[in-house]
Structures are given as C-alpha cells and as structure tokens.
Design a protein around this ligand. Sequence first.
Ligand code: DX5
Ligand code: ZN
Length: 221
Amino acid sequence: MIKPIKISPSILSADFSKLGEEVMALEKAGADYIHIDVMDGHFVPNLTIGPEVIKKLRPLTKKIFDVHLMISPVDKFVKDFINAGADIITFHPEATPDVSKTIDLIKKEGKKVGISLKPKSQINLIEKYLEEIDLVLIMSVEPGFAGQKFMPEVLDKTRNLWKIIQENNLKAEIEIDGGINFQNCVDAKKAGANILVSGSTIFKENNGDLKKNIGILRTNK
Ligand code: DX5
Ligand code: ZN
C-alpha cells in the first residue's frame, strides 16, 4: 500500500542568518518534517550544524525534526541530538562499527530511526535491519552538499527496496534525498519513496515561494 507523501525541506538551503524564521516559515508553508543535515567534515567533506543549533530551533516549531547525521562516530553523539530535540535520527551504516547497537541506542530513547544509503551503497548492507527501523533514506546525490544533480540510477534501488518492504509487510518508509525537483519527484514517488527531502527546489524555485514549492512536490504525479 502506498504510504502518504511527506515533504521534508532541508534547512541546508535556508538563510542561516535567520534560521529560526526560516523554520517557522516552513511550518507555515505546510512542511511535514524539518530535515536537518549534520556534517562533520570527516565522514563527508563539509561542516554544518550541531546539537546546539537544533536546541535553539526546537521551541520554534512542533514539526518533526528529521535529523540526517553524516558524522562518524555516531553513538557518541546520539544522546546530544536527542536531548536537542531530534525526533528521527538517520545515520549511515558505514559510520558506525555496530549498526544494531546504534539502532538500539536511538530506539531506547523512544525516537525513530533511519538508515541512509549513499548512491553506491546497496540494500544488502541494511536488509537485516529493515524490520527494526522506521525509514531508509536513499541518497540520490553523494552526501555533503546541497544543490547537486539527482542521480537517476538510485531509482532501481528504490524500487527493489519498496518491493522488499511490501513483500514482507514492513512499516519502514522510504525517504529520498538529493537533487529532488518538480520532475524527478514523480519518478521517486513511482519508485516507492514517500518522504521527499528538498533544499534547493523548495528555497529557490518560484522566487522562494515555500508554500507553492512544497505543494508542487507533494502533488505532482
Ligand atoms: C546532502 C544533504 C541533502 C541536501 C538536499 O548531503 O543530505 O539533504 O541538502 O539539498 P538539495 O535538495 O539541494 O539537493
Ligand atoms: Zn539530508
């Protein structure tokens, strides 16, 4: 059964000098989640924000904080992100020595857990954890930067994953992240993704009309 479409705008493309206002504007514009990209300059070649910034944003919205950790190690920081207000924590399996332990750490705190696959990372890397997790985040660009071009080759992986989820009646949702625009969002949905992350399209198309852009991403078929 197709799961409802959710839009998770990435604040990496927001104006960091007024991040609080941007998050409130996203809520008003109809975002389902707020996607927060955390990078450490080590697991990925870029640096972004950490728990202190998330903590400051937390009182400004009730929206779900969808925290995408592109950091290694992971376990050492899980509690900090949960205390800061993360609702979903997604990590990369290559970034942690014991994936089960990281999953348990997040679930023990009552938070949702996601595992992310880089464009070249295959499903077999995470298949055995599928029953325990809430979502799989398929990266459709190499993690590290906003504004990159969507890699259509990840659609096959998305379709295969969706098939496994359906055949086994699993609750896991599929989120897709990187280079999503008004055209390829249709392909992503058809392939089985129901949570769409978008930075550049939401903040830059139609002169930054957040509501319009979120609406188009949600409804384009
Ligand atoms: C990339 C991040 C993405 C990115 C999305 O490493 O995980 O969330 O910021 O931005 P766009 O939609 O511009 O590719
Ligand atoms: Zn992301």
